[in-house]
Design a protein around this ligand. Structure first.
Ligand SMILES: Nc1ncnc2c1ncn2[C@@H]1O[C@H](COP(=O)(O)OP(=O)(O)OP(=O)(O)O)[C@@H](O)[C@H]1O
Ligand SMILES: [Mg+2]
Length: 316
């Protein structure tokens, strides 16, 4: 079972002066269980691509299979779209703007109710989802969403998607606009949801330091096409090409690249942990254990500063 996208092309406002080709000939397979990161500069087609995965954009050309639902252009597929929306849960950028009910509980219940589930089933899913995203169910259930903090609102919005129990969870820039602590919390939540909730997770981000924290595989969009589709540890062997596409390189990779240019090859490095591990491996201290390495990567290199200082699992 997988998601398979074949030869997908899409043009906004075709045959008008505003015509804009957003995707051209995209081929991609996403396996169940993938933790996929999608990178790409502004306007490269990331959002247009994922909107296709649950039928929010009408297919113009190509073919999309999402597990057992097949979409082809010009097919009347109302039934399929309904099924698809229960299968692929989509958390948009700034999802909190879409909260509209007068209580958190009602808001989270909106999606599962539309799936036609019994009241009891809806209630149990709502409670589970609110707890899963780390909110205090008893405290927030009857509160109005607008009374909550930005980070809490975002959790409520995510809970509304989780409550539909999608097999695939897609998040578009899930940490946009949050402070470092809020970002860190959402990143931890995504990892937890992958483990406990939706086996397949797709995250769009333009922040490479963030995406290297969790994704196993990265797809890079450039100008409406897939430029790279690689396991995380191989992607940054292409740092020059990525830079040319307007993408940043993780700081750990930049340091490793500079050392390589000076004749010190540390192998594939993606994040601060890798960098410390590679340095320790290269220069001795063979008796350092994983905890010591994590501590060193968090403190000496202080890559975690942007994430509220919790990158190595510290608590706050
Ligand atoms: N509703 C629309 N009407 C016309 N053109 C659009 C529309 N939405 C997106 N586009 C154009 O399609 C291209 C791809 O946009 P898309 O939103 O998929 O990019 P993105 O990679 O998600 O960008 P960002 O990082 O800014 O979110 C861009 O050139 C964009 O200007
Ligand atoms: Mg986008």
């Amino acid at each position: 079972m997988r998601i398979e996208v074949k030869d997908l092309s899409f043009t906004y406002s075709p045959d008008t002066p505003f015509q804009k080709q957003a995707l051209s000939g995209v081929n991609l397979q996403i396996e169940e269980g993938d933790f996929l990161g999608i990178l790409g500069h502004m306007g490269s087609g990331k959002s247009t691509f994922i909107l296709h995965l649950n039928g929010l954009i009408k297919l113009q050309s190509g073919e999309i299979d999402v597990f057992d639902v097949k979409l082809v252009p010009d097919k009347k597929n109302k039934q399929d779209l309904r099924k698809l929306r229960g299968t692929v849960g989509m958390v948009f950028q700034y999802p909190e703007y879409q909260l509209f009910e007068d209580t958190v509980e009602k808001d989270v219940a909106f999606g599962p109710k539309n799936l036609g589930l019994s009241d009891a089933e809806v209630a149990s899913r709502v409670e589970r989802a609110i707890r899963l995203v780390g909110l205090d169910y008893e405290d927030v259930r009857t509160r109005a969403p607008f009374e909550l903090s930005g980070g809490q609102k975002r959790r409520v919005a995510i809970a509304g998607i989780i409550a539909m129990q999608p097999r695939v969870l897609v998040l578009d820039e899930p940490t946009a606009g949050l402070d470092p602590y809020g970002k860190e919390q959402i990143l931890e939540l995504i990892t937890k949801l992958k483990r406990e909730c939706s086996p397949t997770v797709i995250v769009i981000s333009h922040d490479v330091d963030e995406i290297t924290r969790f994704a196993d595989r990265i797809v890079v969009f450039n100008d409406g096409k897939v430029a790279f589709d690689l396991p995380m540890n191989e992607l940054f062997r292409h740092s020059e090409e990525l830079t040319a596409m307007g993408l940043e390189i993780p700081r750990a990779v930049a340091i490793a690249d500079k050392l390589r240019a000076r004749g010190i090859d540390l192998g594939d490095v993606v994040n601060a942990d890798d960098l410390v591990r590679a340095v320790v491996r290269k220069f001795g201290h063979g008796n350092m254990d994983e905890t010591a390495i994590s501590k060193l990567s968090a403190s000496q290199f202080d890559f975690s500063a942007e994430y509220g200082g919790t990158a190595a699992g510290g608590d706050r």
